[in-house]
Each structure stands twice: as structure tokens, then as C-alpha cells.
Design a protein around this ligand. Structure first.
Ligand code: FBP
Length: 285
């Protein structure tokens, strides 16, 4: 049984200069993941399903669990002086950790509850996270190229609760063993297959796509066994769930610009806490 903590601490020994702080941060995302998993598991019994009655900076209606998961994550890093600043999909402004604003050596970014439309229907959900170094101790530390991430990953809330992360040395997958409350190593140095059989896109929005995007989807549907087509549609409503399938089976997920009325003319996904972290994981895999 290789727990997340053991795996991270043993990995740290390969870095003589390591302070252990990054290890602590990664382990804390594990703790936050367990707390959020608990809230999801009893959500229907504790009245945390449904709308919160507020909207986030993207104008999307927040769910109670969006807000609760956000609070759990902010709280999880509010001690030990590790983190100076955080950005969350559910917050308009960066969150400054007052007690470690000047000293915390890290900035964290997260999407507390990805796949919100799945919350009330018991669908698969996820938390996406990204860790960066503190540079100036201001918002500028958050608005940096994805290449400067030092670790990233996600927690997947499905039939099993999984934690997947990279700190630049491959991608590792852990499964929560509920009876002991520990994430246990399941797959080390995960490699994404070169080609998959599935594609994930909201085709209901295809009228708003560019002709090129539509042509690409038609291309995926053509019957050509030699190139592994036709692909099958695999769209769950949760980027993390679709990404995880692609990590293990290959395939493609995309959220193109949608010029139709009510559509997302410049796309939907957030670069800081959805695209950057998952791109780091995909590249490391
Ligand atoms: P949230 O982080 O607010 O959930 O938004 C992202 C997301 O839910 C992705 O997980 C999902 O793939 C996509 O948006 C679904 O969008 P749509 O309902 O427009 O297809």
C-alpha cells in the first residue's frame, strides 16, 4: 500500500534541496479532495444540492457545492504559511492569505467543482488544481504562462474518487480507499495512448461553430478503419471526466468557439484553472 503521502515524500528524497513545502501542498489537495468527496457523497441528505442563488465572475449560476468546495479549498491552505495567494473559478478577485501574504512561497489556482451541471444528477465531477511559485506576491503571480506551473492535477469524483497529479516527473494516479481514508497509488507514470476512439464535444452547439470545426467533427465520423474512424461520441458534461478517459484511452476533447445566440463566442474553458493544469498533465503523459 503506497499512500499518496508516502509516494510524495519518497519522491522528495530524490531532490536533496527540497524544502518539503511542495510535498505538503500536494498532500493537502488530497485532504481537500477527501472532504469534498464526503460532501458529495451525502449531498442529497445534507441539503447541499441545488443552486446557491449567486453567480460567478463568468455570469454562471453557482451551485451550493461550487461554493462549499471553494470554501473547503481556501480553508485547506489557510495555515502553515505556505501559500500567499489563490485564484478560484468561484472568486472574482484573487484570495490573499493575510497571514502568509508576504511569506508564502506558493500561489495556487483551482476550479473547485468542474462539471457543475452534473452536480444535481449525481454525475461525475472534479476539482482541478495548479501550483506555481510566488514571484511578486501579487495577482501577477497568477497571470503567468502555463509552463511556469510546478505541479498540477485533478481529483475525480466518480464511482471511485481518484487523484491524478504531475510535478513535472510523469503523471501518477491514486485511488481513495474509503475504509482507511487514504489515496493509494494505482498507476505510476501514466502514458496517454497515441490514438483513441472517442471525441468529446457539445455537438448541440454545432450551429455556432466555424465550418472548419464542423468539418473536423464530420471527419471523425467518416468510416475509415485504417485511421481508426469513425470515432464515438463520449461527452459527459464534465471536462475532468472526459479528460480522464482520454488520459487512459486516448481521444480528443474540445470546446470550440460558439457564435450562435447565447453561445460562448470566445470558448468557455478558463485558461488558468482548467486549460493550464490539464495541459501540463497531458504533456507529462
Ligand atoms: P464548470 O467548471 O463551470 O463546470 O465549466 C466547465 C464545464 O462544465 C466542463 O466541465 C464541461 O466539459 C463543459 O463546461 C460543459 O459545458 P456545456 O454544458 O456548454 O457543454
Amino acid at each position: 500500500m503506497i499512500t499518496l503521502d508516502r509516494y510524495i515524500l519518497e519522491g522528495e528524497r530524490a531532490h536533496p534541496g527540497a524544502t518539503g513545502e511542495l510535498s505538503q501542498l500536494l498532500m493537502r489537495f488530497g485532504v481537500a479532495g477527501k472532504r469534498i468527496a464526503r460532501e458529495l457523497a451525502v449531498g442529497g441528505l445534507t441539503n447541499v444540492l441545488g443552486a446557491a442563488g449567486t453567480a460567478n465572475v463568468q455570469g454562471e449560476q453557482q451551485k451550493k457545492l461550487d461554493v462549499l468546495a471553494n470554501e473547503i479549498l481556501l480553508e485547506t491552505f489557510d495555515y502553515g504559511g505556505l501559500v500567499s495567494i489563490a485564484a478560484s473559478e468561484e472568486l472574482e478577485q484573487p484570495y490573499i492569505y493575510s497571514r502568509s501574504a508576504g511569506t508564502g512561497r506558493y500561489a495556487i489556482l483551482f476550479d473547485p467543482m468542474d462539471g457543475s451541471s452534473n452536480i444535481d444528477v449525481n454525475g461525475t465531477l472534479g476539482t482541478i488544481f495548479s501550483i506555481r511559485r510566488r514571484l511578486e506576491g501579487s495577482e501577477a503571480d497568477l497571470l503567468r504562462p502555463g509552463r511556469e506551473q510546478i505541479a498540477a492535477g485533478y481529483i475525480l469524483f466518480g464511482p471511485a474518487v481518484l487523484l491524478v497529479y504531475t510535478s513535472g516527473e510523469g503523471v501518477h494516479l491514486f485511488t481513495l480507499e474509503p475504509s482507511i481514508g487514504e489515496f493509494l497509488l494505482t498507476l505510476e507514470a501514466v502514458r496517454m495512448p497515441r490514438q483513441g476512439k472517442g471525441y468529446a464535444v457539445n455537438e448541440g452547439r454545432s450551429r455556432g461553430w466555424t465550418p472548419q470545426t464542423r468539418a473536423f467533427v464530420e471527419h471523425l465520423k467518416e468510416d475509415d478503419r485504417a485511421s481508426g474512424r469513425p470515432y464515438s461520441t463520449r461527452y459527459s458534461g464534465s471536462l475532468v471526466a472526459d479528460f480522464h478517459r482520454i488520459l487512459l484511452e486516448g481521444g480528443i476533447y474540445f470546446y470550440p468557439a460558439d457564435a450562435s445566440a447565447g453561445g460562448k463566442a470566445s470558448g468557455k474553458l478558463r485558461v488558468l484553472y482548467e486549460c493550464h493544469p490539464l495541459a501540463f498533465v497531458a504533456e507529462q503523459a
